[in-house]
Design a protein around this ligand. Structure first.
Ligand SMILES: *Cc1c(COP(=O)(O)O)cnc(C)c1O
Length: 238
């Protein structure tokens, strides 16, 4: 079997094992992160059963999308968001996982075409405490989340689905587990407040099994599916 379908089948198996090991009997969504990959790899993964794809850079995503219009793909935006990109992001994606301010929420809402369904959003939480990371700091997440939630009432084209995090980049499993646990706690609290919340977006190539064991139900996996990223990414474009 070629490598991409083989990786996908192995990952699906690992996901099932992690669900069995966890105390959460939930369905887990696999988002294939295709940044840095040519569109032909997306076609290969789609043919192997993947329908959710994640991208971090707007222009790169639009270039690939133009080759893939016939495929019924759910597109997830994962990267940092600049205000001047909000119109194209909300016109071209089904989900945005990297929301961390009200201003961006308003723009995504206002530019969402009325013929489309509301945009699914996750709030990005900085669970690592590292100041360089994007997202709302987990330590004062409640306060900020309350502001964001209050603003949702006037944003009918947004549907809050949950929270997303990228944990510390560390070999220290205890640290990562601590972060996963605090994310799960925040997620369950949010779920009791807002009834559209059903998604805990955490876990990547290196830690998705651990994330699922701690309650994640959406994992974002790039290199473990596609191998190393091929396209040179222009950091100024997102
Ligand atoms: C790149 C990226 C991923 C995928 O990372 P891998 O380690 O390649 O699996 C997942 N989530 C976000 C937000 C990313 O930027």
């Amino acid at each position: 079997m070629p490598i991409i379908p083989k990786n996908i089948s192995q990952i699906n198996q690992n996901i099932q094992e992690a669900i069995t090991l966890s105390s959460f009997d939930e369905k887990v969504t696999l988002v294939a992160v295709s940044k840095g990959q040519p569109f032909t790899n997306i076609v290969t993964a789609f043919d192997a059963g993947i329908i959710n794809f994640g991208e971090n850079y707007l222009q790169e995503a639009l270039d690939k999308k133009s080759h893939l219009e016939k495929l019924a793909i759910q597109w997830h935006f994962l990267g940092p968001i600049q205000s001047n990109k909000c119109k194209l992001i909300t016109e071209n994606f089904d989900w945005v996982h990297s929301i961390d301010r009200v201003k961006v929420m308003k723009l995504l809402n206002d530019f969402r075409p009325s013929y489309m369904r509301p945009l699914n959003i996750c709030i990005q939480i900085n669970s690592s405490g590292e100041e360089t990371k994007s997202g709302i700091a987990i330590n004062n997440a409640h306060e900020y989340l309350n502001d964001l939630i209050a603003s949702l009432k006037e944003l009918p084209m947004l549907k809050l689905r949950g929270i997303m995090s990228i944990p510390s980049n560390t070999e220290n499993i205890n640290q990562v587990v601590t972060e996963f646990k605090s994310m799960y706690k925040l997620y369950t609290e949010l779920k009791t407040q807002i009834d559209t919340v059903d998604t805990l977006s955490m876990g990547m190539s290196n830690d998705y099994k651990l994330a699922i064991e701690h309650g994640s139900n959406l994992v974002r996996i790039g290199t473990a599916i596609f191998g190393a990223r091929e396209i040179k990414i222009n950091g100024s474009d997102n």
